[in-house]
Design a protein around this ligand. Structure first.
Ligand code: PRT
Ligand code: ZN
Length: 283
């Protein structure tokens, strides 16, 4: 049976549990237990700290795991990325005090940088040919410059609010990250087949997340022009209406282009437009 390692508590826990639930997997019991059984898929859940997930997967304590790409990169474990999951987005960035007179990456030469991600930073500075002094600290990295522990920091940024609150300015984005499904590299065929099934469920959930199901009435003569506006779909669904010369068009549109597409469809005579949330898109 597959064993999946997920974050016990923290920023990835809620979205991970929601992804499992959407995939029809319910996890038994409270979070106090280290291991939990599931129904809806032959799988056992192992609750860990996110820092421990890459190694747990590498050593086979867990077969698969859900963790931030930043942790995978930092721990440098020999594990395989199965798929990106579209939540927990953030970046690992260098930030300096706003009044530091930052001039470019050469500024970091000889400076002290506080971080919880020393390996990624060391690698970055090596590539850039910069010799800086990396101070590994476990938490509250953003206050290090203010208390004189460092000249700059290398930390996770999402909205950027924490940096602003601490008088810091993001100057270099080194790594973009999101939650990923990872797996052990040495699994038997049965486990690999189970992972493929799981991936299929996750894929349809992730793909449908930003999509809308749109229905409208449209003059039949404009159906072909409308279909041309909607690339990416094999073909939209067109149903005749009782009213002569009209049809009903059903399409799936990405949230990012929803309003732009709707305006253009309206210009083609679309009426009675309904926009519905899409729960799942199984390809
Ligand atoms: O207890 P455990 O070790 O499991 O958890 P943790 O405390 O080490 O990690 P946790 O729960 O804070 O984060 C888990 C993962 O969430 C990270 O490894 C990232 O992959 C991802 N993630 C996404 C983030 C953020 N966004 C984020 N904003 N992790 C941390 N932050 C921090 C950031 O460092 C800053 O201090 O949140 C603060 C607010 O960020 P702003 O920019 O929005 O102000
Ligand atoms: Zn952690």
């Amino acid at each position: 049976m597959l064993q999946i390692a997920i974050q016990a508590k923290g920023r990835l826990n809620e979205d991970t549990m929601a992804l499992l639930a959407d995939a029809g997997i319910s996890v038994a019991g409270g979070k106090r237990k280290l291991v939990a059984e599931t129904t809806g898929f032959p799988m056992r859940v192992l609750y860990l700290r996110d820092d421990d997930i890459p190694q747990a997967v590498e050593t086979g304590v867990a077969d698969i795991g859900i963790v931030g790409m930043n942790e995978v990169a930092e721990k440098n474990c020999d594990i395989a990325e199965v798929m990106r999951l579209g939540f927990g987005s953030c970046r690992l960035s260098l930030a300096v005090p706003r009044n530091a007179g930052y001039t470019g990456s050469g500024w970091f030469e000889g400076k002290r940088i506080a971080t919880s991600y020393p390996n990624i930073l060391r690698e970055y500075f090596k590539k850039q040919g910069i010799a800086a002094d990396i101070h590994e600290i476990a938490g509250s990295v953003e206050i290090a410059p203010a208390v004189g522990m460092a000249d700059a920091i290398f930390d996770i940024v999402s909205s950027g609010g924490t940096l602003i609150q601490n008088g810091l300015e993001e100057v270099v984005q080194v790594l973009r990250s999101e939650a990923v499904l990872v797996r052990n590299r040495h699994l038997n065929a049965e486990k690999l087949a189970d992972i493929e099934k799981l991936q299929f469920r996750f894929r349809s959930i992730v793909d449908s997340r930003d999509m809308k199901y749109v229905l409208m009435n449209l003059p039949a003569e404009n159906v072909e022009t409308a279909a041309a506006l909607l690339p990416g779909m094999r073909s939209p669904t067109v149903l005749p209406l009782a009213a002569e010369g009209w049809c009903s068009l059903h399409v799936v549109i990405h949230e990012n282009e929803l309003w732009e597409k709707i305006e253009r469809l309206k210009a083609l005579g679309a009426e009675g437009i309904l926009v519905l949330a899409l729960e799942n898109m199984i390809r």
